[in-house]
Design a binder for this molecule. Sequence first.
Ligand code: NDP
Length: 255
Amino acid sequence: MSGMLEGKSALITGGGGGIGRATALAFAREGARLAIADYSEQAAAETVALVNAAGGQAMSLSGDVTDSSHVQAMVAAVVAAYGRIDCAYNNAGIAGYQVGAAGKLTHEWSDDAFDRMIGVNLKGVWLCMKHELPQMIAQGGGTIVNTGSIAGLVGLYTSSAYVAAKHGVLGLTKTAALEYAGNNIRVNAVCPGYIETKMTEDTMKRRGAELMAKVPVGRMGKPEEIAEMVLWLSSDRATYVTGACYNVDGGYMAI
Ligand code: NDP
């Protein structure tokens, strides 16, 4: 039986850990050839080693998704290696604590923290699409999945720039879906709830019990549970799905 992504090539940003790494392993299991991109070269290489150990094929890339020339180079490297990019998963992102904004109300965010958050979590996704789309148009199609969040759907205390960026990601996703449907390119987003990764460690230490009380299933999600949705959206099982934002959140948005 062939895998869900057999013969396809895929680029995953933020692939050095958490949700990106779990998705890389799921894509590899289903037959994709992978390019794992991350800010940290070492983190990307560690994911590549895990993929290879599992019998998959992967190459590592490093760069900052806020830098257009870095993203352009990443896309060019994937095309040079694999000839095309069938599936792109634009997933790199940062949390408030990474810009010194943990626990800060809207008026307390610094200008620099706000700019960096929007730069990575919103502009970074746009830059990835900006450089991926011409390749996908030229090759006759492709799929893009962007990582949104429940923070793209509702407000969250002390996360204003993160929330603004993730709402923006969903707007970009829907607009690109309209614009490129005629090019055989599907563009969707996954909206994770609270997932066990490096990103949530700090928040969970400070407010874990309070936050878990709002999750109907009563626990955090695992990166692998997001990966399965990204895999499905990227596969030919989802050929009629575009412009959609799928919640994978243990029921958080149902309340
Ligand atoms: P991680 O911190 O494990 O993964 C984020 C990855 O993005 C890291 O590998 C990080 O690299 C990379 N990254 C950060 N900034 C840049 C940059 N400027 N250029 C390139 N790569 C960068 O966290 P998650 O796996 O949890 O996060 C993945 C995505 O999921 C993010 O978009 C996040 O907003 C989203 N999300 C996460 C949720 C959660 O509960 N964990 C909930 C909802 C959404 P490095 O570590 O090397 O800096």
